[in-house]
Design a protein around this ligand. Structure first.
Ligand SMILES: NC(=O)c1ccc[n+]([C@@H]2O[C@H](COP(=O)([O-])OP(=O)(O)OC[C@H]3O[C@@H](n4cnc5c(N)ncnc54)[C@H](O)[C@@H]3O)[C@@H](O)[C@H]2O)c1
Ligand SMILES: O=C(O)C(=O)C[C@]1(C(=O)O)C=C[C@@H](O)C=C1
Length: 367
């Protein structure tokens, strides 16, 4: 396709990752805009963008495609700023905000005839923020939601998809309301619960000061996302407020039901409850990677001795297998511990397990 001038407004974790992917995989020209001078300088120094700008209007007038990747409230404000610009050609505008309803309402209010708006949301991320955490492969195999407004043609959607194909994600078109309900269930609400579990532990620590030392794999797994950017998440809850509030009401009813099962010692029913959750959760493992990226994990038993982790890493490096994440689980003095290795793909997961087994390591893939 023709070389496009792509403006990325907001070069944090998500905007930076999109810029890196486009830069790596294509010839498109990338202009970066951000309110942080340091971010722009970093992006230029690292070759993540071709040009930096501190003037949105000037940069926008040069662009064929504008991807706004700022916090949601800022995204809405940036969209309305674009409305008054004297574009001389059609411009595709997209965003990456985690909630689509309020963004599309703002885009619907646009009167500028040159703007073709296509809402966007890559369903991958991290608990980190800022351009330093940006990765070209962040969205590989992830779902990328697109929500075009009526003013965007099939051709516009095709052009945006072509440029974003550098992210190697899988595109799906959703209406904003269904998007916000589904991400509410699968992303936003779990975040609220993760934070509330941390609060619960903190309260109980007043009684048992030793309690944090008992926080093993389970607590860490379920609360990882509580370490995310609080300002971003408040913004998400705010913009998805009505859906979150309905889900919270549902959850409270569910908890009351569970409370009753426990109080009445309904042991069989509790097994049924846990079993049906397990079956559903295990089923999410099947097929391609969806919103849950941690599935390509291999657990490896390692002796608690110097060099053990390096040895595992070296075996994988020699097999040209990249590790997405490495986590040490349950290593206590003098006994066997475990590593959780996360790979980018199913193939790498299987190959990783095979080479480690060949070298005598006890390994496990959770099914
Ligand atoms: N973090 C995730 O896991 C994730 C995943 C998918 C989508 N999102 C969405 O993507 C968007 C960006 O999130 P992020 O994680 O990259 O946040 P981030 O904090 O890493 O980056 C945000 C960037 O926007 C810049 N910014 C703030 N206000 C601005 C403005 N008015 N004009 C230009 N730049 C501005 C900041 O300086 C920063 O560089 C949010 O809307 C978020 O909901 C986040
Ligand atoms: O991986 C994480 O840490 C994330 O929280 C990413 C995550 C999610 O899966 O809920 C968070 C917000 C987004 O809008 C999309 C993805």
């Amino acid at each position: 396709m023709e070389k496009q001038q792509v403006l990325i407004a907001g070069l944090g974790l998500i905007g930076g990752s999109i810029a890196k992917a486009i830069k790596k995989e294509s010839e498109h020209y990338i202009i970066g805009f951000d309110i942080s001078e340091n971010t722009l300088q970093f992006a230029l120094n690292q070759g993540i963008i071709d040009e930096s700008s501190t003037n949105l209007d000037e940069a926008a007038l040069k662009a064929d495609i504008i991807i706004i990747s700022a916090p949601i409230s800022e995204t809405i404000q940036l969209i309305s700023q674009l409305d008054s610009l004297p574009f001389t050609k059609e411009v595709i505008v997209s965003d990456t905000a985690s909630v689509k309803g309020s963004v599309l309402i703002a885009a619907n209010d646009l009167t500028n005839k040159s703007i073709r708006f296509i809402g966007g949301h890559p369903m991958a991320g991290s608990h980190k923020k800022g351009i330093e955490a940006a990765k070209a492969h962040l969205f590989e195999n992830a779902i990328y939601v697109l929500s075009p407004l009526d003013n965007a043609t099939e051709k516009n959607v095709g052009t945006l998809r072509e440029v974003l194909s550098a992210t190697k994600s899988n595109f799906v078109v959703l209406q904003s309301d269904e998007h916000d309900e589904m991400t509410g269930v699968i992303s936003h609400f779990p975040h609220l619960i993760a934070s509330s579990l941390v609060h619960q532990a903190r309260k109980w620590e007043k009684k048992h000061s030793f309690l944090p030392k008992l926080a093993a794999g389970g607590f860490r797994d379920i609360t990882r996302i509580a370490s995310s950017n609080p300002v971003m998440w408040q913004d998400i809850f705010y913009h998805n407020q009505s859906k979150m509030s309905a889900m919270l009401a549902d959850w409270i009813i569910e908890m009351e039901h569970l409370k009753k099962l426990l109080e009445d010692n309904e042991r069989e029913e509790v097994i049924t409850y846990l079993n049906s959750a397990k079956n559903y959760r295990d089923g999410l493992n099947e097929g391609d990677r969806g919103a849950i990226p941690a599935f390509y994990d291999v657990y490896v038993d390692i002796p608690d001795q110097p060099g053990a982790i390096a040895e595992v890493a070296l075996i994988l490096a020699n097999a040209s297998l990249s590790i997405k994440n490495i986590e040490i689980l349950e290593v206590r003095e003098g006994i066997t511990g475990a590593l959780r290795l996360s790979f980018y793909t199913k193939e790498a997961q299987v190959a990783g397990q095979k080479v480690l087994k060949q070298r005598g390591f006890e390994t496990m893939i959770q099914s």
